[in-house]
Design a protein around this ligand. Structure first.
Ligand code: NAD
Ligand code: SSN
Length: 491
C-alpha cells in the first residue's frame, strides 16, 4: 500500500550529503519494506565504503566554517526545524507508521517528542556558559570555554526512527558540531525526511548529513565511523552488545562516546499504590510501541497482597487492545519490526512457561493481519530464574512477579547488568525515597509509566551505557572544555 502525503517531497530516495541529494554510484541497493504488509516501500542505494569516507570528509570540511556561525543563528535554525516538523506533523507520522509499523497515535506522539528536542536545544544553544576561576597564583585568572567536540557520527535504531536522531542532532547542532547520521536500514525514511526539513530550516551545507546502508552493510559503516580520525565523537543508541563492539572499535582513535543502550526496566507496585493508576501506567509503559522501547517495563513486580487483583485488571486491559495496521482508525497497537523481534518474545514465553509461569492472556502470531503482528501476552507466576527477568524482551510480553518486602524486590531489581529506567508505584514518601536512592538505574519514574521528555536527562548506568541526552546536560556530551589562563594580571 503506497501512502499519500500532503508533501510527497518528504519521501527521499537518496542520501543527503553536503547539502545535496547525493547520487550514489553504488552497484548495490536495498529494499525498505512495510513491516505491517511485507510490501516494498522504496529501494535505496547501499552506499559503499568510499562514499562513506567521502561523506565523513565533507562533514569534517563543513565543521570549520560552521563553528564560526553564532549561537543565535544556530538557535534560529533549530527553532525553525521544530516549527517545520509541527507543520508537517501528519506526513512525518505517516512515514514512521509506514516504515516502523507503530500506530498513528504513537507516531504523532513521536514526531511531537522529536520536534521538542529542537525547540529545547534552540534555547540551550544560547547557554553554553563557561566559568571564571581563581587559581592559586593570585595574578593569574582562568577562563573556561565550551567548544564543539567536532564531527559527530550518529548511529540510530529502528524503534524511534525520528526521535532518536533528533535527540542527538539537536544538541550536536546547538553545540556547533557537524553530524553524519546513519539510520537503521529498516527505517531510513524518517531521517531523510528530517534532512529535507533541516535543509529548509537553513541548516548550513554539510552540517547535517544522512548516509544510507543496508542492515547487512551496517557493520562496515559503524567501523568506518569508529576508525575515522576525522570523527571526534560517536553517539549510539541500540543494544548493549553492539555498543560494546563500537566502543572497542573506537579505542584506536580515542573517541568521545555516548552510549544509550539496552534496558531491563523493573516496575514495582507496592500494596499502597493507587491500583487503577498503577494498572494504566504499567500498561502504558509495557506496551508503548508494542514493547519496543528501551524504557519499556520488562519485569512487573507486584506486592503479594494485591497480586491477583492487579493481574486480573492488567489482563482485562490487555484484552481490550485493538491490534492492526497502524494506519487503521481505532488501532491501539501496530506490529513488530521483524521476525527476529517476534522470535524473542516467543522464546521468553516458552522459557517462562516451561519453568512454571501461566499465561492469563495467551499471546501469539496474528498472521491474518500480516507477517509481524503479535497478540500481546500476560504471564503470571513468573520467577527470577526465568529469561524474561534477565534479558530485555523488547516486545509485547507482560511478566508479573510476586514480592513481599521492599528489600527483597530491590535485590531482584538490581540483579541485572542493565540500569536504564525503573518505575515505582506507591503513596509512601519513604518508600519513594528508599527506592529512588537504591535502584541501580539512570532514571526512576514514580507513579507514572510515561516520563521521557526533552527536559529530562535521559541515560543509563551499568551496561545500559553512559552519557545523558536531553535536558540542560545534553549539550555537554557534544562539547569539550577549554581552559585559558590569563597570566601576570596586577590590580
Ligand atoms: N538507551 C536508549 O536510549 C535506547 C533507545 C532505543 C533502543 N535502545 C536499545 O536498542 C535495542 C533495540 O534496537 P536494535 O535491536 O535495533 O539494536 P541493535 O543494537 O541491533 O541496533 C541498533 C542500531 O545499530 C545498528 N548496528 C548494528 N550493528 C552495528 C555495527 N556493527 N556498527 C554500527 N551500527 C550497528 C543497527 O543497524 C541499528 O541501526 C534494545 O536493546 C534497546 O533497549 C536503547
Ligand atoms: O527507546 C527509547 C527511547 C524512548 C523515549 O525516549 O521515550
Amino acid at each position: 500500500m503506497a501512502i499519500t502525503l500532503k508533501n510527497p517531497e518528504l519521501i527521499r530516495s537518496t542520501p543527503f550529503i553536503n547539502g545535496e541529494w547525493y547520487q550514489s554510484k553504488s552497484s548495490k541497493s536495498f529494499d525498505v519494506t512495510d513491516p505491517a504488509t511485507g510490501e516494498l516501500i522504496i529501494t535505496l542505494p547501499d552506499q559503499t565504503e568510499e562514499e562513506i569516507d567521502e561523506a565523513i570528509r565533507l562533514t569534517h570540511t563543513a565543521f570549520h566554517d560552521f563553528k564560526k556561525l553564532s549561537v543565535y543563528e544556530r538557535s534560529k535554525c533549530l527553532r525553525k526545524l521544530h516549527d517545520l516538523m509541527i507543520e508537517n506533523l501528519d506526513d512525518l507520522a505517516r512515514i514512521i507508521t509506514w516504515e516502523n509499523g507503530k500506530c498513528m497515535a504513537d507516531s504523532i506522539g513521536e514526531i511531537k517528542y522529536a520536534a521538542s528536542y529542537f525547540e529545547w536545544f534552540a534555547e540551550e544553544a544560547k547557554r553554553m556558559y563557561g566559568h571564571t576561576i581563581q587559581p592559586t597564583n593570585q595574578n593569574n585568572k582562568v577562563l573556561t570555554f565550551k567548544q564543539p567536540v567536532g564531527v559527530v557520527g550518529l548511529l540510530c535504531p529502528f524503534n524511534f526512527p525520528s526521535a532518536m536522531g533528533a535527540r542527538k542532532l539537536a544538541p550536536a547542532f546547538a553545540a556547533g558540531c557537524t553530524t553524519i547520521l546513519k539510520p537503521d536500514g529498516q527505517t531510513p525514511l524518517s531521517s531523510l525526511a528530517l534532512a529535507y526539513l533541516a535543509d529548509k530550516a537553513g541548516f548550513p551545507k554539510g552540517t547535517f548529513n544522512v548516509v544510507v546502508v543496508s542492515v547487512d552493510h551496517t557493520p562496515m559503516c559503524g567501523l568506518k565511523f569508529c576508525e575515522s580520525s576525522l570523527i571526534s565523537k560517536i553517539s549510539f543508541t541500540g543494544s548493549t552488545p553492539v555498543g560494546k563492539l563500537l566502543m572497542g572499535q573506537s579505542a584506536l582513535t580515542l573517541k568521545k562516546l555516548s552510549m544509550e543502550l539496552g534496558g531491563n526496566a523493573p516496575v514495582i507496585i507496592f500494596d499502597d499504590a493507587d491500583l487503577d493508576l498503577a494498572v494504566d501506567q504499567a500498561i502504558a509503559s509495557k506496551f508503548r510501541s508494542l514493547g519496543q522501547t528501551c524504557v519499556c517495563a520488562n519485569r512487573i513486580y507486584v506486592h503479594a497482597k494485591i497480586y491477583d487483583e492487579f493481574a486480573n485488571r492488567f489482563a482485562a486491559k490487555v484484552e481490550q487492545f485493538k491490534i492492526g495496521n497502524g494506519f487503521e482508525e481505532g488501532v491501539t497497537h501496530g506490529c513488530l519490526i521483524n521476525d527476529r523481534a517476534i522470535a524473542k518474545v516467543e522464546d521468553h514465553i516458552a522459557d517462562a512457561v516451561s519453568k512454571g509461569a501461566k499465561a492469563i492472556v495467551k499471546g501469539g502470531r496474528l498472521l491474518e493481519l500480516g507477517p509481524h503482528f503479535y497478540k500481546p501476552a500476560v504471564l503470571i507466576n513468573v520467577t527470577p530464574d526465568m529469561k524474561v527477568c534477565h534479558e530485555e524482551t523488547f516486545g509485547p510480553l507482560g511478566a508479573l512477579i510476586k514480592f513481599e518486602t521492599k528489600e527483597e524486590v530491590l535485590e531482584y531489581c538490581n540483579d541485572t547488568p542493565f540500569g536504564l529506567s525503573s518505575y515505582v508505584f506507591t503513596k509512601d514518601l519513604n518508600t519513594v525515597w528508599y527506592m529512588s536512592e537504591w535502584l541501580q538505574s539512570g532514571m526512576v519514574s514514580v507513579n507514572t509509566g510515561l516520563f521521557t521528555d526533552a527536559a529530562l536527562p535521559f541515560g543509563g548506568v551499568k551496561e545500559s551505557g553512559f552519557g545523558r541526552e536531553g535536558s540542560l546536560y545534553g549539550i555537554d556530551d557534544y562539547t569539550v572544555i577549554k581552559s585559558v589562563t590569563l597570566g601576570n594580571i596586577y590590580m
